[in-house]
Design a protein around this ligand. Structure first.
Ligand code: LER
Ligand code: MN
Length: 272
């Protein structure tokens, strides 16, 4: 059965980012639990910052799981990414992801690669960049498997990457990998920009889908935009998706309102 999650960021530089809660993991866990979310998804500045939290206590206290950990702070804070022309910078990017992945795996959570995938450009052409990204995903996927978890790769809209913008391009990127431990993140906000049909794209990607960012067309809480959630819910049910639908949305008008709105829409989609 599909599960609900809600995002919390503790990255100072991502204060304006699309996360429901900012700064206080205890407050996020308390509200998530009061609204009966299954899990929280954490965006943290480093593996050390994850371990410095009383995370296990908070999860136990509030009967929550950790749905996933984001790695985007590597880009936001350190400007690292996996397609950097400089091999030592690429290595640092991979190490950053690896470290966060290990910290997440301690809580049974996969790591997400979004902005850390980077881009191709005049210096690193498309073929070279795709090679860099595939090689890194293969190594990180094997690492994830050895930790008993998966790695989640997120196609992003065209204004954020040119590596993979659609689910089909994501599948094309992952298919040649020997590891089966890398899955796709279907972020409904990016898909609303890039896909011909969100529902068809989800159905076509099928088993590749490992995680969903559950959000409306305008990146506000599900139910506050013009997304048609009926066919999306039906498509996720038809592929037997049983991962997390995690709210990654702007706290507009405020965190509590959008947490409430998200869980209401989640229940209409997946519990009725
Ligand atoms: C970025 O737009 C995004 O959707 C995040 O999940 C990536 O870290
Ligand atoms: Mn996302």
């Amino acid at each position: 059965m599909i599960k609900s999650a809600i995002t919390v960021s503790i990255v100072e530089q991502a204060r304006k980012g699309p996360f429901v809660f900012h700064d206080s993991v205890p407050d996020a866990c308390r509200i998530a639990s009061e609204l009966a979310f299954d899990a929280v998804e954490l965006f943290a500045p480093s593996a050390d910052a994850i371990r410095a939290l009383p995370l296990q206590e908070l999860l136990n206290q509030h009967n929550l799981k950790l749905a996933a950990v984001g790695t985007g702070a590597g880009m936001v804070v350190h400007k690292l990414h996996l397609c950097d022309p400089n091999s030592s910078r690429r290595q640092q990017a991979e190490q950053f992801i690896s470290d966060i992945m290990r910290a997440g795996a301690e809580f049974g959570a996969p790591a997400i690669i979004g902005s850390m995938q980077g881009k191709w450009d005049d210096v690193v052409d498309q073929q070279t960049a795709t090679g860099y990204l595939r090689d890194a995903l293969q190594r990180l996927g094997e690492h994830a498997q050895s930790l008993g978890t998966t790695l989640i790769y997120e196609p992003l809209n065209r204004y954020e990457t040119n590596m993979a913008n659609t689910m089909a391009q994501g599948v094309e990127l992952l298919k040649p990998l020997a590891t089966k431990s890398v899955k796709l993140l279907a972020d409904l906000f990016h898909m609303n920009i890039e896909e011909v049909s969100i529902a068809d794209a989800l159905r076509d990607a099928g088993d590749f889908i490992g995680h969903v960012h559950f959000v409306d067309s305008n990146r506000q809480a599900a139910g506050r935009g013009h997304m048609d959630f009926g066919p999306i819910a039906a498509a996720l049910a038809s592929i037997g998706f049983d991962g997390y639908a995690s709210a990654e949305a702007f706290p507009i008008p405020d965190s509590l309102t959008i947490a409430r709105q998200t869980i209401e829409t989640f229940r209409k989609c997946f519990r009725s």
